[in-house]
Write a protein that binds this ligand. Structure first.
Ligand code: NI
Length: 174
């Protein structure tokens, strides 16, 4: 079990573009295990390697609900191939932006191409929280954060307002 420190804003590394993985070796497998340990420990449902300070295109997710068994999923070099024109809105949080929740509109469904732990190329059609969470995490690999599209004024205002921690069943932390 290895829990890593999570990098938070305004650390500049969060704005950098992560590098593709060319070979899945021991380091990558250990990193994925550490990402899961860190994500579960922090009670997030998704984590990108850059959030522990490593610029590799690796993300982990677990969007299972409390009543379901754990469902760890890892994605190496994920690329979104298709987006739906239909959109949905979730109130998103981010382990790198503590106590901040912002409503984000994204395509409701998407199709992602990625490499699994065994180096196999896979395709996955995603909807609901899985779709939103994957898009959020892939944004991390490209140095994008949920606060990026806000003006500074709005960003400060929304962070203040939303961090009051109101309850919302659709709130997710990725
Ligand atoms: Ni995040």
């Amino acid at each position: 079990m290895s829990i890593k420190d999570i990098v938070t804003v305004p650390d500049e590394i969060l704005k950098k573009i992560s590098n593709p993985i060319e070979k899945i070796g021991m380091n990558e497998k250990k990193l994925i295990k550490d990402l899961f340990d860190t994500m579960y420990h922090s009670k997030g449902i998704g984590l990108a390697a850059v959030q522990v300070g490593i610029l590799k295109r690796i993300i982990v997710l677990d969007v299972s609900t409390k009543d379901e068994p754990k469902k760890p999923m890892s994605f190496i070099n994920p690329i979104i191939k298709n987006f739906s024109s239909e959109t949905s809105v979730y109130e998103e949080g981010c382990l790198s932006i503590p106590d901040t929740f912002i409503e984000i509109e994204r395509p409701s469904t998407c199709e992602v191409e990625y490499i699994d732990l065994d180096g196999k190329h896979k395709n996955l059609k995603c909807e609901g929280i899985l779709s939103t969470c994957l898009q959020h995490e892939i944004n991390h690999l490209d140095g994008k954060l949920i606060i990026d599209n806000l003006s500074k004024l709005k960003r400060d205002f929304i962070i203040k307002k939303i961090s009051k921690n109101k309850k919302n069943p659709d709130r997710i932390i990725v």
